[in-house]
Design a protein around this ligand. Structure first.
Ligand code: HMG
Ligand code: MG
Length: 295
């Protein structure tokens, strides 16, 4: 059967905005995060404390975080290394995420490290964050396919998952960074993974239009944490073929139809994405946003 409730891990302000050509003003980002909270989202990834030259769109993390940190929601931030952790902890962040890769090519492109060097970089970050009482998410990118290496063998994925859990990550997010997964592949990976489902999230990009079908396969497997991006914003600057994430509105529409509770007010969320699309100067790619805003 399907779960009664799903927790949406909203990534629009991070995964979405990191890939926009234009840099959105800090005040607009803060308003975006506030409106997402107001729409009922309870986990809102706010920004990344990465090198500002690698992701210039999020170089304002120090100014943004204090503008939203009073919100009564979880505000995870991405942190690649100890320098990033210092920056996040100095602002009072209580939830961090490290981001590993299942493939060597993407580890190099995204982190300038081999897979093992990246894990060695994360270990002290996770250790220190846990000692400070912070919650740690471990992302794993390229779980299904990689733009340089093609299909990714499942044992390669389970090995890095194990390493992330062993270093102390509370939760994992399985990333289909370039959106090539299909439901059969999702089922196969979840069946192979020896990780309790309450510690797993899924992170689908919608490049091939499979994100909702993949989510449904994950729900059938018992997964209750689903990453999504308001309005379908997103991509990844270091993986050219990646398009936007699964749109939060499309996810909420499907879950509502299935009688699965998310606590999200769809009308408010659509209004937020429509407002954000105005700032970005282009319509939201989400089918649900388009359908509901033309009603
Ligand atoms: P590097 O060039 O190897 O850095 O980059 P380094 O460790 O050699 O340090 C070089 C300089 O950068 C030093 O300064 C450091 O202090 C500074 P210098 O001594 O030369 O003056 N530095 C920093 N400054 C500020 N904040 C920091 C920081 N770290 C070093 N945190 C590094 C290595 C990891 C830093 C770089 O590759 C990086 O920032 N990468 C981030 C890439 C990124 O954010 N990608 C997008 C997120 S992942 C994603 O989107 C996928 C996901 O959505 C899931 C999915 O879809 O699959 C999560
Ligand atoms: Mg992503």
């Amino acid at each position: 059967g399907l779960p009664a409730r799903v927790r949406i891990h909203e990534v629009g302000a991070r995964d979405g905005l990191q890939n926009e050509k234009s840099t959105v003003p800090t005040e607009v980002k803060a308003e975006f995060v506030r409106r997402l909270a107001d729409a009922g989202l309870t986990t809102i990834e706010a920004t990344s404390f990465v090198h500002p030259k690698w992701v210039p769109q999020l170089a304002d993390a120090e100014r943004l975080f204090p503008l939203v940190s009073d919100l009564p929601v979880a505000l995870p931030v991405l942190v690649p290394n100890e320098r990033g952790l210092d920056r996040a902890l100095a602002l009072g962040a209580r939830r961090i995420a490290v981001f590993a890769s299942a493939t060597e090519s993407f580890a190099k492109a995204n982190l300038n490290r081999t897979v093992d060097e990246a894990l060695a970089m994360f270990a002290p970050v996770v250790g220190r964050a846990k000692a400070e009482g912070a919650h740690v998410r471990g992302y794993l990118s390229m779980c299904f396919g990689d733009p340089w290496e093609g299909a990714v063998p499942i044992p390669q994925v389970t090995k890095v998952c194990r390493a992330l859990l062993d270093m102390g990550c509370d939760e994992l997010s399985l990333g289909d960074t370039i959106g090539v997964a299909t439901p059969g592949h999702v089922r196969a990976l979840l069946t192979e993974l020896d990780v309790p489902v309450d510690r797993l999230g899924v992170h689908f990009h919608d490049t091939y239009g499979q994100a909702l079908a993949n989510t449904y396969a994950a729900l059938q497997h018992g997964v209750t944490t689903v990453d999504a991006s308001a309005g379908g914003l997103g991509g990844c600057p270091y993986a050219k073929s990646a398009t936007g994430n699964l749109a939060t509105e499309d996810l909420v529409w499907m879950l509502r139809g299935l009688g699965i509770d998310t606590g999200v007010d769809l009308g408010r969320l659509v209004a937020t994405s429509t407002w954000m699309a105005g700032h970005l100067g282009r319509p939201s790619p989400s089918r649900t946003v388009r359908a509901l805003s033309h009603e």
